[in-house]
Design a protein. Structure first.
Lengths: 350, 358, 310
């Protein structure tokens, strides 16, 4: 058996590869469970089916998807334009800080205007953090892969400093946390679950991203810059404009995800807000093949792996670290399966 | 933010205790869930809670069915896990980290039939009790031993964050140590991380280089005890008996024993007498126990420790009794007075003799 | 004398803190000089730490523990190399996935050994020093063989990159794979080996933590050191000696902060923690601003895939 390059990428394989990867990852997960000496079928049911067997489970899945989806859309738009934003994690944190700071500044009273202000602050916070990387790239040519990565740590340290110091709840016995946000500063939760309306904003962001990329001039410029930078320059497209646009969009989306997390399920600023959503979102973006609708599916799948590990631990005493193992495996398998898009398997004769 | 309960409230909401007992006996065992913040490992904060869970299961046998989720992060995930436990039919849920406080309160509002117990927090509800231990009593006793064993009069303290539990521990250590040596000092280094063994190592090395000859730590890794063993410097452990990490040099450990509390509270749910309470146990109630002393500790010190332990247990000795001056030399606790629980809980000052900033 | 001991102990503590960063950083430096950006350092370190600890616990041999860690790190890197070099998968995404995968996998592998007490690698005195110098001994006993090995590795890698034929070829591949290929250099083989070396060194860095520096295995025990190593590679402008300087400086800042605190001075440790990252950004800005300087500093083909034409 050997691989032979196809003359054109296979359209069928483009669709079949993710399915193949998904099936292979289920099989590998089953093998892993067998190695860990639990019943693989029961474990697979707990991992993939049990979390979404109830309405509340589905809501939890949607809640978990939200930050992954928002961050991944921004990352994908950037990658399509050849702008590498590794900084969704930091932009997420800055969105939470800016929006959360707004909530704390407006205090316990306040009306309908509080939430819009918080969301705006969150989006702007994320954008501002991404803007640093954009300015450094455009102004000094410092590559955004490295600057955004460094800024993630700076953002986390600033958050830690704020909740241990200036923004610490004075009634909180010096524990590192801010005051809990007032009712007006908390996102409404839907149908008695923890789901907030931001999920639907995130869902809506997917078609918007698609329209932006496929149907607008700006999107066209982004894509051309990404595919053929020389051609883009020749056409007079501004390279710095592309960097600014894609990083600001990514920062805004990640910032929105951050404020949605603290104004929603968390309800205050605490030292740990993101369990690595910004990094996981990069995997989501690639699992979704940088296509907005693919990213919706990919974020659901990644969210499911977070949720499924809870049940595995409760009922089978398997460690939560399975989540990362399975998430990593899933991307590896998809990347491997992608070989079949460009190549065909030939059975060697003779 | 309170969610309406989606699950049908069972008809037994107003049932008498007797009825509930019968229901519990006749039906399936009481399911008890535990939510841990860290992996279990072989020692440490979470490990002690796991020992409590195992003791509960062993003692009540078929009457309870326990389970746990470990390594739960304190962000948005905590509420989902706690909610999942409640939905899975657990009748009693212990959430064992401060960061689980608000999630526990939120979930409790949606599950009025489920009893919740939150460790180290201060928010309660009709179905949320809180419990914690007077860790400082154990620190005082460890300080007493450390004060006797220190030759140079310097105790090194590796601490994560200046939250009250840590500050109480440092002050109590100093006051205990000063019973043995009135001139003893404590040097404090903040690592800004509950869990970073590398930083603990660097902090411990630093304290040794500055003359500390007894090390204590308030972080979640046994690294400080390991460093002491490597360099031949005395240490005291925290959370669990850490002597396995420092067989030659670990003097004793302030350990937390949750077994009796967990058994008592589960029994209360079983016989229908459970109420939301605030428990702050200590040496007296057995929640804080000193691990067996290192052989190197002289008999006279062991004797003094024994006396002090029984005095604290009986309430004759309170660690935070004046006169105590703060770092600025002002009176923090007037002569002859003891701090109230409220004052202890909100402690945000260092006693004179502690070198380090809050 | 007391001051001398204090200074020496700060120096030694700095060197020890720097050692794991040096291992991981040197490995990544070589991989990046060949043009491959592997963001999976943290994951490879953790797998090395877990496997190294487990192998030592099972066999009782430090040498076998270290070897196992090196192999485990290299195996993780081989996975990365297969995907990015052979299958042309995206390096950034694959590297991040490798970290997420490694964090999880190391926790699974290390589960039976989590928190098991262990004694660290025994310290070795610098040859020629006598045991009977109590003050010096106290300080120098801190140095385990891995610290010496880390600094020896700097010399070796620096020599390899600047003086050896293979090192020259590796740098050429990192500057322009196409040109190197045209000159008959086996681009993919060199990149594959460079990535494997990076993984092996990351594995060794993990084992330095789990077998010597903080001898035990606990989930996530690297606590972000893999990311700091990545930052240091940029900070060093891809030069081994500057990497050494960066790692020592980073270690020194931490130790100096603790020393100052123990003297009763205060800092905001959170804000201080941002310094290495801000410093890296500053260095990056300084070298990137000027196109010539950037070309002299950074491997031009970094992160760019190479597809050999058949």
């Amino acid at each position: 058996m050997r691989l032979e390059k196809r003359e054109a990428p296979s359209a069928a394989m483009l669709w079949a590869a993710p399915l193949l990867a998904a099936v292979a990852s289920v099989v590998l997960a089953g093998l892993l469970f067998a190695i860990l000496r639990v019943n693989p079928f029961a474990a697979l049911r707990l991992l993939y089916l049990a979390p979404i067997a109830s309405a509340n489970g589905v809501a939890e899945l949607a809640l978990k998807m939200t930050p992954l989806l928002l961050c991944a859309l921004g990352i994908a738009i950037g990658v399509r334009a050849n702008v590498w934003n590794i900084g969704a994690e930091g932009q997420f944190t800055m969105g939470a800080i800016a929006g959360g700071g707004m909530a704390l500044a407006l205090g316990p009273t306040g009306g309908w205007y509080v939430l819009p202000l918080m969301l705006a602050a969150g989006i702007l916070g994320g954008m501002a953090w991404a803007a640093i990387a954009a300015a450094l790239r455009v102004g000094t040519n410092a590559h955004e892969i490295l600057t955004t990565l460094m800024l993630n740590y700076v953002a986390q340290d600033i958050l830690s400093w704020l909740v241990h110091g200036p923004w610490r709840d004075p009634q909180g016995f010096n524990f590192p946390q801010s005051k809990t946000f007032a009712a007006a500063a908390t996102l409404p939760s839907l149908w008695g679950t923890r789901l907030t309306p931001i999920f639907f904003v995130a869902l809506l962001a997917a078609p918007c991203a698609w329209v932006l990329l496929q149907r607008t001039t700006a999107g066209y410029r982004l894509r051309v810059t990404g595919l053929a930078p020389a051609a883009a320059r020749y056409a007079g497209f501004s390279a710095s404009g592309t960097v600014w646009l894609s990083l600001l969009i990514a920062g805004g989306l990640a910032g929105l995800a951050g404020i949605a997390e603290v104004a929603g399920p968390i309800g205050q600023l605490v030292p740990t807000i993101s369990p690595g959503y910004g990094y996981a979102a990069i995997i989501v973006a690639f699992l979704g093949r940088l296509e907005p609708f693919g990213i919706v599916v990919a974020s659901a799948l990644m969210a499911l792996l977070y949720l499924g590990a809870d049940g595995l631990q409760m009922h089978m005493q398997l460690p939560l670290s399975l989540t990362g193992t399975l998430q990593g495996m899933l991307l590896f398998l998809l990347l491997a399966a992608d070989v079949l898009v460009a190549n065909r398997v030939v059975w060697r004769r003779g | 933010m309170t969610n309406l309960p989606r699950r049908t409230v069972l008809a037994g909401a107003l049932a008498t205790p007797a009825l509930m007992t019968r229901a519990a006996d006749a039906a399936a065992p009481l399911k008890v869930g535990f939510v841990y913040v860290a992996p279990i490992g072989k020692a440490g904060w979470t490990y002690q809670h796991e020992l409590g869970r195992l003791a509960l299961q062993a003692k009540l046998g078929d009457k309870v069915k326990t389970s746990y989720v470990a390594n739960v992060s304190e962000g948005a995930d905590a509420e989902r896990v706690i909610r999942q436990m409640a939905s899975d039919g657990n009748g009693l849920i212990f959430t064992t980290s401060f960061g689980f406080m608000n999630p526990t309160i939120k979930v409790a509002a949606s599950f009025p039939k489920v009893k919740f117990e939150h460790c180290t927090g201060y928010k309660r509800r009709v179905n949320v009790a809180t419990y914690s231990a007077r860790f400082y009593e154990g620190r005082y006793l460890a300080g007493l031993v450390a004060g006797h064993m220190s030759k140079k009069g310097v105790i090194g303290y590796v601490a994560a964050f200046p939250i009250p539990e840590v500050v109480q521990g440092i002050n109590a250590t100093l006051l205990g140590a000063r019973k043995a040596n009135p001139n003893i000092k404590i040097k404090v280094v903040w690592t800004s991380s509950w869990f970073d063994p590398g930083k603990d190592r660097e902090a411990a090395d630093t304290l040794i280089s500055q003359g500390a000859d007894v090390l204590m730590n308030h972080t979640d890794s046994p690294t400080t005890v390991q460093v002491g063993e490597e360099k031949g410097v005395w240490t005291t452990g925290y959370d669990s008996d850490m002597s396995m990490y420092g067989p030659k040099t670990c003097l004793t450990s302030t350990t937390m024993i949750w077994d009796q509390y967990y058994i008592k509270r589960a029994n209360m749910v079983l016989d229908g007498t459970w109420k939301s309470t605030d428990t702050w146990g200590g040496v007296g109630s057995g929640m804080i126990r000193m691990a067996p002393l290192n052989k190197a500790v002289p008999a006279s010190v062991a004797k003094e420790l024994e006396t002090a332990t029984s005095d604290i247990a009986a309430g004759r000795l309170k660690p935070f009794v004046g006169p105590v001056l703060n770092q600025a030399g002002k009176v923090a606790i007037p002569s002859g007075q003891a701090l109230t629980d409220q004052q202890i809980l909100s402690m945000n000052w260092f006693a004179q003799g502690v070198e380090g900033k809050l | 004398m007391a001051d001398l001991v204090l200074i020496l102990s700060i120096l030694v503590a700095t060197m020890r803190a720097a050692a794991p960063l040096l291992f991981a950083g040197l490995g990544e430096l070589v991989a990046e000089r060949s043009g491959v950006l592997n963001l999976g350092v943290e994951g490879m370190m953790l797998v090395g730490a877990a496997v190294g600890f487990a192998a030592h616990a099972v066999t009782g041999s430090f040498v076998l523990g270290l070897l196992a860690a090196i192999l485990a790190g290299a195996a993780m890197a081989a996975l990365f190399a297969l995907l990015t070099l052979r299958l042309l998968a995206n390096q950034v995404a694959t590297g991040l996935a490798l970290t997420i995968f490694g964090v999880g996998l190391s926790a699974l592998i290390g589960l039976p050994w989590a928190g098991v007490p262990a004694t660290g690698l025994p310290a070795a005195l610098w040859p020629g020093l006598a045991h009977d110098s109590p003050a010096l001994q106290q300080v120098l006993l801190l140095l385990d063989p891995l610290v010496w090995l880390a600094f020896a590795a700097v010399v070796a890698v620096d020599w390899f990159l600047r003086r050896s034929r293979t090192g020259l070829a590796l740098r050429a591949v990192g500057e322009s794979a196409e040109v190197a290929h045209a000159l008959g250099t086996k681009v993919l083989r060199i990149r594959f080996l460079a990535v494997l070396f990076g993984g092996a060194m990351a594995g060794l860095a993990g084992a330095d933590l789990s077998l010597a520096y903080t001898p035990m295995w606990v989930e996530n025990m690297t606590a972000g050191r893999g990311w700091i190593a990545l930052a240091l590679v940029v900070f060093s402008t891809w030069k081994p000696w500057w990497l050494t300087a960066g790692a020592l400086l980073f270690g020194f800042v931490t130790i100096a902060q603790f020393q100052a605190e123990a003297f009763g001075l205060s800092f905001s440790p959170d804000l201080l923690a941002t310094l290495p990252y801000l410093a890296t950004i500053v260095v990056l800005v300084l070298i990137s601003r000027d196109a010539t300087r950037l070309r002299l500093a950074a491997p031009a083909a970094l992160g760019k895939p190479f597809r050999p034409s058949d």
